[in-house]
Design a binder for this molecule. Structure first.
Ligand SMILES: [Zn+2]
Ligand SMILES: [Zn+2]
Length: 329
């Protein structure tokens, strides 16, 4: 089959690789679409993936074309979105409900072959069946949405919160859509990229600006979400949290990124700084939210690029052009 391969640091290509075969409790999915995200760039930079070469792609959906000997829950022809999370179910974190922090954490498309290919293998337990009315290609968005749902779980959002989101790429916009539907009093979005801010405005925001100083909330925001991973944004965001408020590190920063905190203010104003990592018991809910129209896929997916052009698609994503880019085998 044809697959995108990250061959070594900085090198991506599309080549022929052997067709995958399913284990007893696995299925083979014919990929309809696979989304690109910052994680893929980290892998290209030699981070995250324990070894290269690797077929990337952890945001995908498709049609089941083969099942293992002990699979009865799905059959050929079923359409599924795939949760890429792989955990051991044995370590202390798994056994205490923190499967996304598993000591042997792994993921399809990060540590094992992923969905930027014609076919991919997944455990049947990771497959969410899709209802009739959704387009299979669009459900490549379920995985990033499941990360946003996890982020929202961590936020402990209360009705009437004022929310500030840094970054109006796909993840920031997903947090925006969730915030609007979970009773936020206001949702403001900050981004230095005017094209991205325009999309945020189109989806509906209370305020959108390149700099929070242009937004009128001198007392700060109850919930501040970084969806950039950028040091300057994170540093600024930490200073914008209102008393008793919470800062969520949702964007993926480079390993070397450092910011400073103000311990006195954290103490004196009871500020919480927290993070959320990937998916935790949120994939099924994301699939249901998606099926119920929480996102407009035609706004969120800006580019559908043939798999053959995976390296160029990755370059376009790295340049910050467009929103969610999916490759289509
Ligand atoms: Zn991703
Ligand atoms: Zn574990």
């Amino acid at each position: 089959m044809k697959a995108a391969v990250i061959e070594s640091e900085g090198r991506a290509a599309v080549t022929e690789v052997p067709d995958p075969t399913p284990g007893p409790r696995e299925v083979v999915v014919e990929v309809a679409a696979c989304g690109l995200c910052g994680t893929d760039l980290h892998i290209l930079q030699g981070e995250f993936a324990p070894e290269l070469p690797l077929v990337p792609g952890h945001e995908f959906a498709g049609t089941v074309v083969g099942v293992g000997t002990r699979v009865t829950e799905v059959s050929a022809g079923d359409r599924v979105a795939v949760d890429p999370s792989l955990c051991c179910h044995e370590c202390r974190y798994c056994r205490t409900g923190h499967n996304n922090l598993c000591e042997r954490w792994a993921a399809i498309g990060v540590t094992t072959a992923g969905g930027a290919a014609q076919y991919a293998v997944a455990p049947v337990a990771n497959c969410a069946r899709l209802p009739e009315h959704v387009r299979t290609q669009d459900t490549a968005l379920v995985e990033p949405l499941s990360c946003a749902v996890r982020g929202y779980d961590v936020l402990r959002a209360r009705l009437g919160a004022h929310v500030l989101i840094y970054g109006s790429g796909t993840m920031g916009l997903m947090m925006l859509e969730l915030a609007k539907r979970t009773g936020a009093a206001s949702v403001d979005v900050v981004d230095v990229n005017p094209a991205r801010l325009a999309t945020a405005r189109r989806l509906g925001v209370s305020g959108a600006a390149a700099n929070p100083d242009e937004l009128e909330r001198p007392q700060g925001w109850d919930l501040v979400v970084d969806a950039t991973g950028n040091a300057a944004a994170i540093q600024d965001g930490l200073d914008r949290v209102a008393k008793a408020g919470m800062f969520l590190q949702f964007g993926v920063a480079d390993y070397a990124t450092r910011v400073t905190i103000d311990p006195y203010r954290i103490y004196h104003q009871e500020i919480t700084i927290t993070g959320s990592m990937a998916v935790l018991h949120s994939f099924e809910r994301a699939a249901e939210l998606f099926a119920n129209g929480v996102l407009d896929p035609d706004v969120f997916i800006s580019d559908r690029i043939p798999l053959e052009r995976y390296p160029q698609a990755l370059e376009q994503f790295a340049a910050g052009v467009g929103r969610k880019i999916v490759v289509v085998p």
